[in-house]
Design a protein around this ligand. Structure first.
Ligand code: BTN
Length: 242
């Protein structure tokens, strides 16, 4: 079974994990019209209103080493940015590692979860949440100034199935390219969409908050930043503030 479509689930991530544990093959896609407990990064919740967006999780079974798995997240971000630009005609930007913004407002988010043993990937669940036909009122008040949808940005209502097809086709193409040629092309594409590259921005890491200039990404996907003293830093985990 390659496509599992449900009207309502707690989270497509949970369902995809279950499917993967039961042996679902590479490329299995779980889609839901509504999530009652959508999950975001950093233990946040993800607002998933019925019928307005695309909430999907893909089971991947790559044969590369686990350390490369964050690159899948960046790859997925470039795929969404590419589709939003080419298909929906808007100007997306990617806030490292993988928030898709336009005009500094969030259109989509990506959550990758890795299941690995003894230096071998068992599977990856790639979750994508896309705000498609949301009018601004459907977002909870506290995120209204930070969230947007493809409809708000483009002025058009989008057919969810066609958009899903477009995303999956583009993902397949870019994934194959990545497996064959490695991360270098993804890096170029990612940087073309990079949010606030060259600018001084507030950065939050585990231990501290500071300001840094975003230089781009490394050949492995890590964030390159220069701090206020001019020292280069490579970050594997951090949050760029709005
Ligand atoms: C983020 O930006 O914090 C990531 C959001 C990821 C949301 C998607 S929606 C489909 C999948 N199921 C979930 O519960 N989360 C991801």
């Amino acid at each position: 079974q390659r496509l599992i479509h449900k009207s309502s689930v707690t989270s497509t991530q949970i369902l995809a994990h279950q499917a993967a544990q039961e042996g679902a093959p590479h490329g299995t896609i779980v889609i839901a019209d509504e999530q009652t407990n959508g999950r975001g990064r950093l233990n946040r919740s993800w607002h998933s209103h019925k019928g307005d967006g695309i909430w999907m999780s893909i089971v991947l079974r790559p044969t590369f080493e686990p350390y490369k798995s964050p690159q899948i997240t960046l790859l997925a971000a470039t795929v969404l940015a590419e589709v939003f630009k080419e298909y929906c005609g808007i100007k997306p930007q990617i806030k490292w590692p993988n928030d898709i913004l336009t005009d500094s407002k969030k259109l989509a988010g990506i959550l990758t979860e890795l299941q690995a043993e003894q230096d071998q990937i068992n599977y990856i669940i790639l979750g994508m949440g896309i705000n498609v036909n949301h009018p601004i009122e459907t977002f909870p008040e506290e995120i209204r100034d930070k969230a947007s949808s493809l409809k708000i940005e483009s002025g058009e209502e989008w057919d969810l199935s066609s958009l899903i097809r477009e995303i999956i086709q583009t993902f397949e193409k870019r994934y194959e390219e990545f497996i064959k040629d490695g991360f270098s092309k993804v890096k170029l594409r990612w940087e073309a969409f990079g949010y606030r590259i060259g600018e001084m921005v507030p950065i939050q890491t585990y231990q501290s908050s500071w300001k840094g200039r975003i230089m781009g990404i490394e050949s492995d996907g890590a964030l390159r930043v220069v701090n206020e003293e001019g020292k280069e830093q490579t970050l594997y985990s951090a949050e760029i503030q709005w």
